[in-house]
Design a protein around this ligand. Structure first.
Ligand SMILES: Nc1ncnc2c1ncn2[C@@H]1O[C@@H]2COP(=O)(O)O[C@H]2[C@H]1O
Ligand SMILES: [Zn+2]
Length: 718
């Protein structure tokens, strides 16, 4: 969908302003992924008709002219709650759960505290028990299972003491993570993240590996589990590609969601400042490891990891004193945790099965409505929960946990495999019964399919058989980075549902969408400002627009990179222009050049004054491609009447769309702040300064700015 960088929450023709608390940050991804990350960081005024309810049918109609919103509405159905969750700009459907506020006297507070939190605390003491019921914890904590599990584990592993973490920042970070999950997703919500985190903890305490990991590795492993699906839109990558979602082109159709989860995670870490005091080495270690861990959860890479794991087991050569091997085991542990729901006791496992299928079928309904080919695993008319479960256990979960047991032949591993068998028997039985409506809402609308036609009958082996047959390397193909052919052989034996779940071809494109068109889409979205009238102060020479127009950039691009590579500022911008926001790419380029050769500690922060603008101007921040550069831009907006340090965010009048469009209607003055970067060997530049500090500095700067003659084209250094 429009996760994050594309979803525009408000129609552009609202008449008056109302204040929404938002804060924004933009970061440019580096090298191959070519990503932009946008978060709202400050209060922003959004134009809105007086008394208008932005969720009203009228506004829905207005908005429905945008095809993106049509898809959004379709997916949301009637259960859609708060449309503006005020923080995440994706399909975020509102806060995780409404948290009740108790007003009680001090005397009764402590009693109530114990009364309310006691059971949850008791439950948390059993955090390492595989039979832990995360749904119970979610109820006991009023929908804060992820926060509770995470905070408990931070204490358990003594991470707060070890890394001198600021508890308030930890709380903030965990809340941001929790809020980053969409409560309206039947499956990919914060409870799933809590479940995966709890499972991860169970694996990390296995004796064979418990004492091998450093505290930092444990911190990263837990963070990866908590964040691995953050801001998940409730649809899979194929859907994003088929609906031409810009994230698909942004990440070039490869691990689209996982890249997004990772980038969102890094953004949350920046925003909370929880790790801002770590030294550069530790910070870069965290970011790199988080990326590699979260990207490993891409289910379409299952065979790649499985065959690598199997080879290691065959050779018995995983040595946990090697950092690389420890990391690989951590990746496998996270992957196991991510798909461990069929290994839970039946009553818990069944809930997950139902919710994951509910999410699949929702996507299928949406595909049908959009007249797209319905993904087999999402087609409620041709498959059932039972079939999906058996296929998933036989082809995905079983093989991985069999290898896990080979690696760690513990009681827990045995218990997990035993549970898979028990759960499989349950689903096999139900397959021969009429499919009952699922407990939490009707999922299956299909008539009971004849068991004789069940794809399960076509499954040529169960997971036990996989284990036995798995001795030949050819079964899963060679260890491959992304060679499609290696993955195809076993796919042929799978039912269509599971093939579609794993993604028959990793780098698949929608049938009707050649690669060039995806790129064109990117160009369309990243268009430069539509601006006709120039304003006196900081007026913008027309040539700037022309020289940086996307047409020209695209021409350059086609010459330099055959139209398939990420844009590179170095190749695209011949001479930097910093006078206007529209030259943001240039600005980034300057900043990059300016900073990349500098001592990381002495890097300065650049400020680009933006010309005051006439109403109804739309600026566009390109989410393209800054090769070898990752930076964070924090837009702050100041109204003319409060154009100094007293100006609060609520005074600001601007709107930063998640699409990277920045509407400057009514905007009097704006600054884009570029925090200092540091270069690293891996060619990533990182923001060193916590977002809030930068914001503070930006306010000070705006005061200084006011005293000075307002001249566009000046770069200030802090
Ligand atoms: N019980 C299940 N049945 C079918 N598919 C599942 C089940 N549990 C997890 N999955 C799939 O496995 C994927 C693992 O990564 P994700 O959590 O992103 O998304 C998950 C689902 O697509
Ligand atoms: Zn997951």
């Amino acid at each position: 969908m429009f996760p994050f960088t594309t979803c525009v929450l408000w129609p552009s023709n609202y008449k008056s302003w109302s204040v929404l608390k938002r804060r924004g940050g933009i970061s440019f991804e580096r090298t191959d992924q070519n990503a932009l990350y946008v978060r709202m960081l400050g209060d922003v005024k959004v134009q809105m008709g007086i008394g208008e309810d932005h969720t009203s049918p009228q506004n829905k109609r207005r908005r429905s002219s945008d095809p993106d919103f049509q898809i959004l509405d379709n997916l949301d159905g009637k259960t859609y709650r708060s449309r503006c969750s005020l923080r995440f700009l994706t399909l975020h459907k509102g806060p995780h759960k409404r948290r009740s506020i108790l007003r009680v006297s001090k005397e009764t507070a402590s009693i109530l505290d114990h009364y309310y939190n006691g059971p949850a605390k008791c439950l948390l003491h059993r955090i390492t028990d595989w039979n832990f019921n995360i749904f119970s914890l979610d109820s006991l904590t009023s929908g804060r299972a992820l926060y509770s599990v995470a905070f408990h584990l931070f204490h358990k592993y003594k991470l707060i003491q070890c890394f001198h973490l600021d508890v308030v920042k930890v709380m903030r970070c965990l809340s941001l993570i929790e809020d980053g999950y969409h409560s309206s997703n039947p499956y990919h919500n914060a409870v799933h993240a809590a479940d995966v985190t709890q499972a991860m903890n169970c694996f990390l305490v296995e004796q064979k590996i418990a004492y091998c990991y450093s505290q930092l590795e444990i911190l990263v492993g837990l963070l990866a589990a908590m964040c691995h699906d953050v801001d998940h839109p409730g649809v899979n990558q194929s859907f994003l590609i088929a609906t031409s979602n810009h994230l698909a082109s942004l990440y070039q159709n490869t691990s689209v969601l996982e890249n997004h989860h990772w980038r969102t995670t890094v953004g949350i870490l920046h925003e909370s400042g929880m790790l801002s005091h770590l030294n550069a080495r530790q910070w870069h270690f965290c970011v790199r490891q988080l990326k590699s861990l979260i990207l490993a959860t891409d289910i379409t890479r299952q065979q790649e990891f499985l065959s690598k794991f199997k080879k290691h087991n065959d050779h018995g050569d995983l040595q946990l004193d090697k950092e690389e091997h420890r990391h690989f085991v951590m990746q496998i542990a996270l992957k196991c945790a991510d798909i461990s729901n069929p290994c839970r006791p039946l009553d818990i496992s069944r809930k997950w099965s139902q919710s994951v299928c509910e999410e699949f079928f929702k996507q299928g309904d949406c595909e049908r409505d959009l007249q797209l080919p319905v993904t087999p695993v999402c087609d409620r008319n041709s498959t059932t929960v039972a079939k999906i479960q058996i296929g998933f256990m036989d082809f995905v979960v079983g093989p991985l946990f069999s290898e896990w047991q080979r690696f760690i032949p513990s009681n827990l591993s045995k218990q997990l495999l035993n549970n898979i068998n028990l759960n499989r028997s349950y689903w096999l039985e139900t397959m021969h019964e009429p499919e009952a409506d699922l407990e939490e809402g009707t999922v299956s609308k299909s008539s009971d399919p004849s068991p004789a036609q069940s794809p399960v009958d076509n499954i040529s082996f169960t997971f036990d058989a996989i284990d036995a047959e798995g001795d030949t390397d050819s079964k899963y193909g060679d260890e491959a980075d992304d060679d499609d052919d290696d993955d195809e052989l076993p796919m042929l034996l799978m039912p269509a549902e599971i093939q579609s779940l794993l993604g028959a071809r990793r780098h698949s494109m929608p049938p009707a969408l050649p690669r060039r068109d995806v790129f064109k889409l990117q160009m369309r979205r990243e268009s430069y400002p539509i601006c006709t009238s120039l304003n006196r102060r900081g007026s913008l020479p027309k040539t700037v627009y022309q020289s940086t127009s996307w047409d020209q950039l695209s021409q350059k691009l086609s010459k330099t990179s055959n139209g398939t590579r990420a844009l590179s500022l170095d190749t695209l911008t011949s001479r930097p222009k910093i006078s206007v926001l529209s030259a943001l790419m240039d600005t980034v380029s300057i900043t990059h050049q300016q900073f990349s050769n500098s001592d990381p500690q002495s890097l300065s922060t650049g400020t680009i004054p933006v010309a005051p603008t006439a109403s109804k101007r739309l600026w566009s921040l390109p989410h393209c491609a800054v090769d070898s550069l990752e930076c964070s831009l924090l837009p702050t907006f100041h109204s003319s009447s409060h154009h100094h340090h007293h100006s609060s965010h609520s005074d600001s009048q601007a709107k930063l769309h998640a699409s990277g469009h920045f509407e400057a209607a009514e905007l009097k003055d704006a600054h884009i702040f570029i925090p200092p970067f540091t270069s690293t060997q891996s060619n990533i530049c990182q923001v060193e300064e916590p977002a809030m500090q930068v914001l503070e500095k930006s306010r000070e700067l705006s005061k200084v700015e006011e005293d000075a003659p307002a001249e566009p084209g000046i770069v200030h250094s802090l």
